[in-house]
Design a protein. Structure first.
Length: 518
């Protein structure tokens, strides 16, 4: 069974168990526990099994294996927590189960610290730590507002009372800090799906632990409800899915594309700022006296909001610059490679295919040599615009460099879909265009390749499209689909005169007629 099917099976078990938890909400905590408890134990066993299997897969790198073993230790301890509470029940804080739970969170924090992350300059690393601190500070304000502050206002406040209220959420904040650091820096070894599942489990348990801390600060024994069991069940489910995902990635290695600050990680500091100022505004509005703090707090929140919005615009500009070809405005090589990797992973999960077109203009060097680089650049811009108008909405056009372009066609139901796009692109490239006041036309050789069902890395697909393109390049222009047996040593340069024409295999030349090998 594949990783996706295993996760789907766990999701079905979670949904069925949650339905039972909700249905038995009015029957008391013991009835709910009899339904949710076995579900949590099941997810813990699944997480341990796949965590161990992921750690033992041969061939994974040392850092990823170390991360997997620490995560597996945390998963084993999570199973111990469930078994302990099943035997001892819920008592006043602290008890053995509480100590084990906090140990689990500390192990998860260690795992996040040991997680392999992208190498970056010292200043960038410090910026990442500061941004992760912003995320945790916003969550800490929530902890103060809902748990620690109300605990200190009680008539029998003590250090033990505050410790009981804050111990669980503070441990969760440590994990949140480590996770934010990994998401902000990005990682090339751990899949984003696994990190998303760990993050979902952390946020879920933080919500439950805030409620638990508040209750334990006010009552001797925490009264469990269906909501609490639902939170715990969801957390254990997500942890099990994370274990399955780590195993799936270890067994079927993929090119992990983690954009770090270009993805959701880049938005985390702003979420922390928004949470902190939202709490300030709520506290100011609750005051009976509006003057002076309500107006000052709301004004400060407004100013910070505008600064954050401006920073978001700047960040989008930086991201666009890093991903865009400056001449044509198309996607650059780095973004094409990233998008291709993502598309292959999605298509593998969905059981569909994608295609790549590699486009090389014919005779472009002569245009630069005879008419000048300014005219050549103008032609590239015109061709780029024409190609962008010839593809479908979901397709991506990019420039690899010089006069080479690529088109990511996603998804396709077969080669015919890719061929239709190739024909439109080939026709659009012919123009005519008006460049520097003169009419011009162009032609190109297009090689296309369709992904295989189990293909998850871009290199093989790009190589096949490149082989088809250069094989056609030696004979003329038009398009050609890759077929087994095409010469992989076709090395005609873009502006060489092609040798004697040979009938291509499943290709179409610039005159629009199909050729077939006889």
């Amino acid at each position: 069974m594949t990783g996706s099917k295993l996760v789907a099976a766990q999701a079905a078990i979670w949904a069925a168990t949650m339905t039972g938890v909700v249905a038995s909400a009015g029957a008391g905590a013991d009835s709910v526990a009899r339904i949710a408890g076995p579900g949590m134990l099941w997810f813990d066993v699944v997480a341990v099994i796949f965590g161990v299997r992921a750690s033992r897969v041969p061939g994974i790198d040392r850092l990823t294996r170390r991360f997997s073993w620490v995560m597996t230790a945390a998963l084993c301890l999570t199973l111990g927590v469930s078994l302990t509470f099943a035997v001892t029940g819920t008592k006043a804080f602290p008890q053995v189960g509480d100590v084990l739970h906090i140990a689990v969170m500390l192990l998860l924090f260690v795992a996040m610290v040991l997680a392999p992350v992208r190498t970056m300059a010292r200043r960038e690393a410090w910026k990442t730590l500061l941004d992760a601190g912003t995320v945790v500070l916003g969550a800490s304000m929530l902890l103060w507002y809902l748990v620690i502050g109300p605990s200190m206002e009680t008539s029998q406040v003590s250090a033990g009372l505050v410790l009981a209220a804050a111990c669980y959420p503070v441990a969760d904040l440590l994990v949140l800090f480590g996770l934010a650091r990994v998401l902000l820096r990005g990682t090339g070894q751990i899949s984003r799906r696994a990190l998303a599942m760990i993050g979902g489990a952390t946020v879920t348990i933080l919500i439950g632990d805030v409620r638990l801390g508040y209750s334990q600060a006010h009552v001797e024994v925490f009264e469990r409800t269906a909501f609490d069991f639902g939170v715990w069940l969801t957390c254990h489910f997500l942890v099990a899915c994370a274990g399955i995902e780590l195993w799936r990635q270890a067994v079927l290695p993929v090119a992990v594309v983690d954009p770090g600050r270009r993805g959701v990680g880049g938005k985390l500091p702003f979420l922390g700022i928004g949470l902190g100022y939202g709490l300030l505004a709520a506290a100011a509005l609750r005051e009976s006296r509006v003057f002076p703090w309500a107006g000052l707090v709301l004004g400060g929140a407004g100013i910070t909001g505008l600064v954050v919005l401006r920073q978001l615009v700047v960040q989008e500009e930086i991201t666009e610059t890093a991903e865009t070809d400056p001449l044509t405005g198309l996607a650059n090589r780095a973004r094409l490679h990233d998008e291709l990797s993502r598309a292959l992973r999605r298509s593998a999960r969905a059981g569909r295919s994608i295609a790549v077109l590699l486009v090389d203009l014919n005779g472009f060097k002569r245009i630069n040599d005879t008419l000048g680089h300014q005219v050549g650049d103008g032609l590239l811009v015109a061709v780029a615009t024409a190609m962008r108008g010839a593809v479908r909405d979901d397709d991506l056009v990019g420039r690899l460099g010089g006069d080479e372009f690529a088109v990511l066609v996603r998804p396709v139901d077969g080669e015919a879909d890719a061929v239709a796009v190739a024909e439109r692109v080939s026709q659009a490239i012919t123009g005519p265009f008006i460049v520097a006041g003169r009419p011009m036309s162009a032609s190109a050789s297009i090689g296309l390749a369709v992904s295989e069902p189990d293909e998850v890395t871009p290199d093989g697909l790009l190589h096949r499209a490149d082989t088809a393109m250069y094989d056609l390049k030696r004979r003329g222009s038009g398009w050609q689909a890759w077929r087994p047996g095409l010469a992989s040593d076709a090395t005609a340069t873009p502006d060489e005169d092609p040798p004697a024409r040979r009938e291509p295999d499943h290709s179409r030349t610039a005159d629009g007629h199909d050729d077939a090998r006889r």
